[in-house]
Design a protein around this ligand. Structure first.
Ligand code: NAP
Length: 372
């Protein structure tokens, strides 16, 4: 994080030299102690993706909205890229009930263009800083006023689009393998949808930690991607029933697996349970195929005294310190080339519906981005 070269006082809303209302933009002089004065041009209005009502991707609209001033504890960021995530789908569809209308997306990266007053001491940012975030709903817009406490600095040398693509899924993979069910040397882990955004990162992290991976995916091309990320064994789960998938996993692993990281949910959960060794654990972290219906706890007994947990990122970035630990680990590994990430598609904000259709339609690998 760089030392702030603004005092936090913002000149938005006053007539300033260089302001040109006719062009719909305004120039802002951040008050500065630094002689390297930065002159930022911030438009009065900018596009924002909007969900006016719950439904499919066809409900998405792009609306022009006033660019906000950053309030106390906030900074204004010119957004370079927005991360596309399944949680955006759950919120748009109303699986997670939302107050309507709302601006979707919670992940992005960009450059700080204005700083509000009273930034907390452990989250000071300055105009020009490159930042990323994973958990601010309302990020699907060209300019976002965001609490400084959710931001992390982007290391030099790491592209903003890679930062936007990596933080939510990277911190998710990080907490799953370091905290929810820490990987131990010689663990065998089953990773579903291993060519997806979270999946590719999970395979790499587990392998680096000394575990081995049995990976599933839905096409030969996706299985090849999983192998290229380090998976020891791969299975096309579209060729299987739940029973035959569990048998194929046990054959590939030579035994029941120690842990399953399952973000597919409804279609894979039964096979996940049946693939475990006694006292193994299913980490059910999502439902790209749908949510797992209510189930009888007695099944945990008959499956071998196994465990199931259903974690969320929010509970694993409970403090700013914990978030920075995970974020700096992920971004640092990416910057150093120890972790690789595939941006599988970049779409203009106006084409957001196509991005979500591709994600929900299983046509993607890696991570998708929206560019405002
Ligand atoms: N709990 C958390 O903290 C947390 C945080 C982030 C993400 N997640 C979850 O992690 C999961 C993966 O997210 P992601 O963004 O990385 O997505 P992704 O894995 O890149 O995309 C989803 C993949 O799921 C597979 N899939 C299987 N059945 C499907 C179906 N019926 N419809 C759609 N996809 C299906 C597809 O791969 P194949 O073609 O190979 O089958 C598809 O490409 C999601 O469930 C998400 O909600 C959870």
């Amino acid at each position: 994080m760089t030392t702030p070269h603004t005092t936090g006082e913002l000149c938005l809303g006053r007539t300033l030299p260089g302001e040109n209302p006719a062009s719909g933009s305004r120039s802002v002089h951040p008050t500065t102690k630094d002689t390297r004065l930065t002159l930022m041009s911030i438009p009065t209005h900018a596009p924002a993706l909007t969900v006016p009502r719950h439904g499919g991707s066809d409900v998405l609209e792009v609306r022009e909205e006033p660019v906000p001033q950053p309030g106390p504890g906030q900074v204004l960021v010119k957004v370079a890229a927005v991360g596309v995530n399944f949680i955006d789908v759950y919120q748009r569809e109303g699986v997670y009930p939302m107050k309507l209308p709302f601006v979707p997306c919670s992940e992005g990266a960009g450059e700080v263009v204005a700083v509000g007053p009273d930034l907390p001491e452990d989250a000071t940012f300055a105009v020009g800083d490159r930042v990323a975030w994973a958990s601010f709903r309302g990020s699907g817009r060209a300019y976002v006023a965001v609490p400084a406490t959710v931001l992390v600095p982007v290391p030099d040398g790491l592209d903003l689009d890679v930062a936007a693509a990596s933080l939510l899924q990277g911190m998710t993979a990080h907490y799953l393998v370091h905290s929810t069910r820490p990987i131990e040397k010689e663990d065998v882990a089953l990773v579903h949808a291993a060519a997806g955004g979270v999946g590719q990162l999970l395979v790499q992290m587990i392998t680096v930690m000394g575990g081995s991976v049995v990976a599933t995916a839905g096409s030969p091309e996706k299985l090849e991607i999983a192998r290229s990320r380090g998976a020891a064994q791969t299975i096309n789960y579209r060729d299987h029933t739940p029973e035959s998938l569990a048998a194929a996993v046990r054959e590939a692993a030579g035994r029941g697996v120690d842990v399953v990281y399952d973000g597919v949910g409804k279609d894979t959960f039964d096979a996940s349970l049946a693939s475990l060794r006694p006292r193994g654990m299913v980490v059910l972290f999502g439902g790209s195929s749908g949510q797992v219906p209510p189930f009888d706890l007695q099944r945990l007994n008959s499956a071998g005294s196994v465990y199931v947990t259903r974690p969320s990122l929010g509970h694993y970035v409970a403090t700013r310190e914990e978030m920075l630990w995970r974020a700096e680990s992920v971004l640092g590994d990416l910057a150093a080339g120890r972790l690789e990430l595939e941006v599988g598609g970049t779409y203009p904000l106006a084409d957001a519906a196509r991005a979500y259709d591709d994600l929900e339609g299983r046509r993607t690998t890696g991570k998708l981005l929206l560019v405002p």
